[in-house]
Write a protein that binds this ligand. Structure first.
Ligand SMILES: Nc1ccccc1C(=O)C[C@H](N)C(=O)O
Ligand SMILES: [Zn+2]
Ligand SMILES: [Zn+2]
Length: 211
């Protein structure tokens, strides 16, 4: 039997919801295939936090590494998907099943029943910094969310991001977890080696674990 794969990546296009105030995501054609030209050639212009992406530490610290400088280790390996749909406006310590999270190297939080592909959701659930702190102490290396940020849209202090920084963990945002049952998987979500970039788009997938 072939190993099952879940694509947990948002499509990038005109309809991709963007953080308020960010410039449009544009895929354009610069060269057109025709009688005098053998190929089509395009160009993409996009905010680095559009769609499913990996924050680089440079996003929340001027001393942090950029997307090119980050190790790939956190972005590939065993992970746990947990269902947090029951949480309130923030995922709190008491909302979590700490038995399931014990020793988890990578944790993906599902908060949406249905991912909002067609509209920006300004009331997305944030993750409490105390949750990140506990994962940091437990040696988690990567935290992923199906929302646009770990911190609330209005945050000026980015407390959850700073807990991530303290543990030198990595972050994935904008995952699509609608079709993924809670449980253990292999995660593969590699950032591009973009120099000077504070984030990178990723193609994020989960693979069924061999049994
Ligand atoms: N575009 C922004 C403009 C202002 C403040 C934050 C953003 C973000 O994109 C947040 C991001 N997704 C993050 O949490 O890493
Ligand atoms: Zn981001
Ligand atoms: Zn972030």
């Amino acid at each position: 039997m072939a190993t099952r794969i879940w694509d947990i990546t948002q499509r990038l296009g005109k309809r991709t919801p963007l953080w308020p105030g960010e410039p449009d995501l544009v895929v354009q054609r610069n060269v057109q295939l025709g009688p005098d030209c053998p190929v089509n050639i395009g160009q993409v212009t996009a905010p680095l936090h559009a769609g499913t992406h990996a924050d680089a530490p440079l996003h929340y610290s001027n001393e942090g590494v950029d997307s090119a400088g980050s190790s790939l280790e956190p972005y590939i390996g065993p992970c746990v998907v947990v269902d947090m749909r029951h949480a309130g406006e923030r995922v709190e310590v008491e909302d979590c099943d700490w038995e399931a999270l014990e020793g988890a190297a990578r944790v993906l939080f599902r908060t949406y029943a249905t991912f909002p592909h067609d509209a920006w959701d300004e009331n997305f659930k944030a993750i409490a910094p105390e949750v990140i702190e506990r994962l940091r102490v437990g040696r988690t290396v990567l935290i992923g969310v199906d929302t646009p940020s770990l911190d609330p849209q209005s945050s000026k202090t980015m407390d959850a991001h700073h807990e991530v920084l303290a543990g030198d963990m990595r972050i994935l945002e904008g995952l699509v977890l609608d079709d993924v049952p809670p449980g253990e998987y292999e995660l593969i979500a590699l950032p591009l080696p973009l120099e000077g970039a504070d984030a990178s788009p990723v193609r994020a997938i989960l693979r069924e674990l061999a049994r």
